[in-house]
Design a protein. Structure first.
Length: 129
């Protein structure tokens, strides 16, 4: 379990947040930082360098800690990896020629929010997301 030590999260493009104990300075560099997805349940916890994910593993919010600041709870993250061999992920910008590194590694947020409908209720629809 990783407990966030940074009381004021940094909001990111797309609606997520960065949390965690940071090295001296406000640049979000260090181990055990977490990117919390917009659903406020799903996270990637690991090493960040100046706010950019270097390597992280899937996790989820297991509880909230109010001991540091009763007005701003710190999330407590629990690993959600089913296997210790699960690959770590990092930031990989897509380009015109590539969707990035490791395109087959499942995205934990998409696993919770995207699903296939086999019998669509849309007129002439058969399957869809």
């Amino acid at each position: 379990m990783v407990k966030s030590q940074f009381s004021f999260p940094s909001r990111r493009e797309g609606g997520g947040f960065l949390f965690g104990r940071v090295d001296p300075g406000p640049d979000f560099t260090g181990p055990d930082l977490a990117y919390l997805f917009p659903d406020l349940r799903t996270a990637l916890v690991g090493r960040f360098d100046r706010g950019v994910m270097v390597s992280a593993a899937p996790a989820s919010v297991s509880s909230a800690d109010f001991s540091s600041d009763p007005l701003v709870p710190a999330p407590v993250f629990q690993s959600s990896s089913s296997s210790p061999q699960s690959p770590l992920v990092g930031y990989s910008r897509s380009t015109r020629d590539s969707v990035g590194e490791n395109p087959t590694v499942p995205d934990p947020y998409e696993q919770r929010t995207v699903y296939l409908v086999l019998n669509s209720s849309v007129f002439c629809g058969i399957m869809g997301l």
